[in-house]
Design a protein around this ligand. Structure first.
Ligand code: ARG
Length: 455
């Protein structure tokens, strides 16, 4: 395509390092949409004739049908998706194909294609995250008052409900969605028509192409248009954060599925056996979600490092923007689907959760709070008294609510029988009615709201 300048063909190593078609073929739909919008604009502005534009547009439709049926041919000589498509267009309709590239450059073309692709990727992630939220809410509703130990430092801390725990992830995913929505809104300006870097002398209408491609407006600086990839980084950063949340949930499932915990039985569909130890059920899907988060973060880091030293405007380094975004997106989409499937089908062993909540002195704070409320004792002193009660219960091998009244009174004579009403795990969770607290009524109210949010 640049035969006028170079006499010899590129050496095969150059051909290989230069070509992006092996991966940017994934942009074919966006590339054709961008070209059709561009040529329609060229015709309306009188830059090409309507007849030529019609021929080009029909040729692009034919190519789209070919790609759909047979895939994109990977010809390294043609370098990238833009040239593969343009050369096929020339085969189909002859030299008139050459008019398509009037008033644009591959620099604004690829920036446009990639924005369109990332926008579609965001929409796909958004749908997946909504599905995950629905699964979380449904399971939370079933278990709004199922008591489990709540942990800090992975030590039994205070009882919470399983519904409350699952809804914590609902909130994380809600914020993940808002990060993707922010990224989408910022991304939605059209670089097409910025041309190589400086704009064009042709009387183009960039508002027309922007509108045709569903962008809010054209970008306002041609140099910025072809040289920034912050929209891709916004995507990768949002993807990284979302994957960190998925990874934490995956980690909990892994811990919960272990024999000492036994809080869940992961479904067969998301577990594997061991080739040597017949008793094993490995939480492979959850482990891979946890693992993928590391790779997604790596993709984000890769593009940050690619971009950090580049002067304006386009440099070929930027061709390396696509593989990390494609990789991260594939990993994220799969992770969301796997976590959603696990949340939907995991068996929660609520009897086991309750048993552990009852055995870990998880209501110690409730005893201390009761001493403050009913005995007028300063919290620090109440904390100390409760510590002695826990030690006594531990020594007797019982939970706090099973400690006989005389033992409690021996520790502090301000304790009377009314205290037993707060020492059960059910009383403990029911009492935590503060906004956002774990009381089943609070949890159910938030679930009802969440269902409205999800529509
Ligand atoms: N394949 C290139 C990329 O992905 C397209 C832009 C090439 N522009 C150029 N001036 N060589 O970045």
């Amino acid at each position: 395509m640049w035969g006028g300048r170079f006499a010899a063909g590129p050496a095969s190593i150059m051909r290989e390092i230069n070509a992006s078609i092996p991966f940017d073929k994934r942009l074919w739909k966006q590339d054709i949409a961008g070209s059709k919008a561009h040529v329609a604009m060229l015709a309306r502005q009188g830059i090409v004739s309507q007849a030529d534009a019609d021929a080009i547009s029909a040729g692009l439709d034919t190519i789209a049908a070919e790609y759909e049926a047979n895939g994109v041919p990977v010809n390294l000589d043609l370098e990238d998706i833009h040239m593969v498509t343009e050369s096929r267009l020339a085969e189909l309709i002859g030299p008139v194909a050459g008019r398509l590239h009037t008033a644009r450059s591959r620099n604004d073309q690829v920036a446009t294609d990639f924005r369109l692709w990332v926008r579609d990727a965001i929409d796909e992630v958004e749908a997946g995250l909504v599905g995950l939220q629905r699964a979380l809410v449904a399971r939370a509703q079933d278990h709004a008052d199922a008591v489990m130990p709540g942990f800090t430092h992975l030590q039994s801390a205070q009882p919470v409900t399983l519904g409350h725990h699952l809804m914590a992830y609902y909130e994380m995913v809600r914020r993940d969605r808002s990060r993707f929505a922010d990224a989408r809104a910022r991304l939605n300006e059209c670089p097409l028509g910025a041309a190589a870097l400086a704009g064009t002398g042709f009387p183009t209408d960039r508002h027309m192409t922007a509108a045709a491609l569903g962008f809010a407006k054209p970008t306002d600086n041609s140099l910025d248009s072809v040289s920034d990839r912050d929209f891709a980084l916004d995507y990768l950063m949002a993807a990284t954060q979302a994957s960190l949340h998925l990874s934490r949930l995956a980690e909990e499932f892994i811990i919960w599925a272990s024999q000492p915990f036994g809080f869940v039985k992961l479904p067969d569909a998301y577990s594997t056996g061991s080739s040597i130890m017949p008793q094993k059920r490995n939480p492979d899907a959850a482990e891979l979600v946890r693992g993928h988060a590391g790779r997604i973060m790596g993709c984000m880091t890769a593009l940050c490092v690619t971009m950090k030293g580049l002067p304006l405007a386009y440099s070929k380094d930027m061709q390396d923007d696509k593989p990390p975004v494609f990789e991260a997106h594939d990993l994220l989409a799969l992770s969301i689907a796997a976590m959603t499937g696990m949340v939907e089908t995991v068996t929660f062993r609520t009897d086991r959760m309750r048993g552990l909540a009852e055995s870990g002195f998880a209501t110690a704070t409730d005893l201390a709070d009761w001493l403050v409320r009913e005995g007028g004792i300063p919290f620090r002193e109440a904390h100390h008294i409760t510590g002695r009660a826990v030690a006594a219960a531990e020594e007797a091998g019982v939970s706090l609510d099973k400690l006989p009244p005389e033992k409690l009174r021996a520790i502090d004579d301000r304790i009377d029988d009314r205290v037993y009403a707060v020492l059960t795990v059910d009383a403990s969770v029911a009492s935590r009615k503060s906004h956002g607290g774990t009381a089943p009524d609070q949890v159910r109210a938030r679930i009802a709201q969440a269902m409205e949010e999800l529509g």
